[in-house]
Design a protein around this ligand. Structure first.
Ligand SMILES: Nc1ncnc2c1ncn2[C@@H]1O[C@H](COP(=O)(O)OP(=O)(O)O)[C@@H](O)[C@H]1O
Ligand SMILES: [Mg+2]
Length: 355
């Protein structure tokens, strides 16, 4: 599952461009400000319906224009599939194989896409929500029922929190629904996490990180108590604080070295390598369990990583059978024999170079 044609118009400085990527490794060169991150942003939008760099998709519309359009054609060997996303002040218009779709989850289901940016260590440094989202993105791809339980849980949680805020003393009526949907969510997350963890440590070894890193799943409440107990017995405390303090909505992935938080002990370079290991691990598990290949985007590979680590990552990238797009402003960066196609971006124009 790879894009064999991508067309972008009116997105940031990419006025009109079309290119035919390789089904393996694509290397995109260009000076700062040429449009490399925008190109990855366009591909990301094809799989997620949103941007990774901007909460407001409207900001991606080229100044002076009313809308942008991204189109991708995938060659599925037996069949072809097309995805089109346009965005304007009127909102999004998404089409899969020409049919209009209204749910972004349909888009996500069609193509798993994952990005690593130069700020990727934030996954480890920042609060739990970024790690929870990452985990949920993976579970969503491997467990078709996950979305159903997660939506049920979050709907009920929202109602419970509204009742707590309004101090109506009716919050406990939502406990049953939270326990039913939340326990299922937790079970699916945990099964997925076990697989990712196994793969993560293999990837850490391949990347020769050489750290005694521990990775654990925190389910959002204590292992000693059931979700039912936590919600029923915690109601007085929740009423006091006016929100639901524990449950799957507080889940996290914990990274530690010698029982100390990784972000306090690890260097930025080590954290970045760990994030790459997680990135590869998730792609591997999604491919094994969902039979879907993730499109991997790596923005500005050489930024903030030393040459030795860049080399290790390129080596690992070359072992993946996924479609990969790597951008760099370093024209000395050597990808070796594994590169499928090279592109050059200049003033928003994309051209293919001979390999
Ligand atoms: N909405 C927009 N309309 C037009 N140009 C934009 C918009 N947003 C950003 N840009 C410009 O697009 C150019 C490319 O940005 P970017 O893709 O981040 O470059 P690179 O990653 O190659 O350094 C920049 O010069 C930036 O100022
Ligand atoms: Mg950039």
């Amino acid at each position: 599952m790879a894009f064999d044609l991508i067309r972008i118009s009116g997105l940031r400085n990419l006025t009109d461009c079309e290119f035919a990527p390789h089904k393996g490794l694509n290397l995109v060169h260009g000076e700062n400000g040429s449009g490399k991150t925008s190109l990855l942003e366009a591909i990301y939008i094809l799989g997620r319906g949103r941007s990774f760099r901007d909460k407001q998709l409207l900001n991606a519309v080229q100044r002076g224009k009313h809308s942008f359009t991204v189109f991708g054609k995938k060659d599925l060997q037996t069949d072809q599939s097309t995805i089109g996303v346009s965005y304007s002040t009127n909102g999004a218009n998404v089409r899969i194989d020409g049919e209009k779709v209204t749910k972004l989850s349909m888009l996500a289901k069609a193509t798993p896409i994952h990005i690593i940016t130069p700020r990727s260590q934030e996954i480890i440094e920042n609060g739990s929500s970024i790690r929870r989202r990452l985990l949920d993105w993976g579970v969503f791809h491997v467990e078709p029922s996950y979305q159903h339980f997660s939506s049920r849980y979050h709907r009920a949680l929202c109602q419970r929190n509204m009742a707590l805020r309004a101090n109506t003393k009716t919050a406990a009526i939502w406990n049953k629904e939270l326990v039913e949907s939340g326990s299922k969510m937790q079970e699916l997350r945990e099964n997925y996490f076990i697989r990712v963890k196994e793969e993560f440590f293999k990837q850490l070894d391949y990347l020769e990180v050489g750290l005694d890193l521990e990775m654990a799943f925190y389910r959002g409440w204590s292992r000693e108590r059931s979700l039912q107990e936590v919600l029923d017995e915690g109601i007085a405390g929740d009423e006091n604080r006016r929100f639901t303090r524990m449950g799957p909505h507080r889940a996290d992935i914990l990274f530690r070295i010698n029982s100390k938080n990784f972000d306090k002990w690890g260097s930025r370079g080590q954290m970045k390598l760990a994030v790459f290991a997680l990135f590869f691990a998730q792609a591997k598990v999604i491919s094994a369990l969902a039979k879907k290949d993730t499109v991997l985007l790596v923005d500005d590979l050489s930024a903030e990583l030393d040459k030795k680590n860049v080399k290790k990552i390129i080596e690992q990238l070359s072992f993946q059978k996924n479609q990969i797009f790597i951008t760099t402003s370093d024209d000395q960066l050597s990808i070796g024999r594994s590169v499928g196609k090279m592109f050059h971006v200049e003033h928003g124009l994309v051209s293919e170079l001979g390999v």
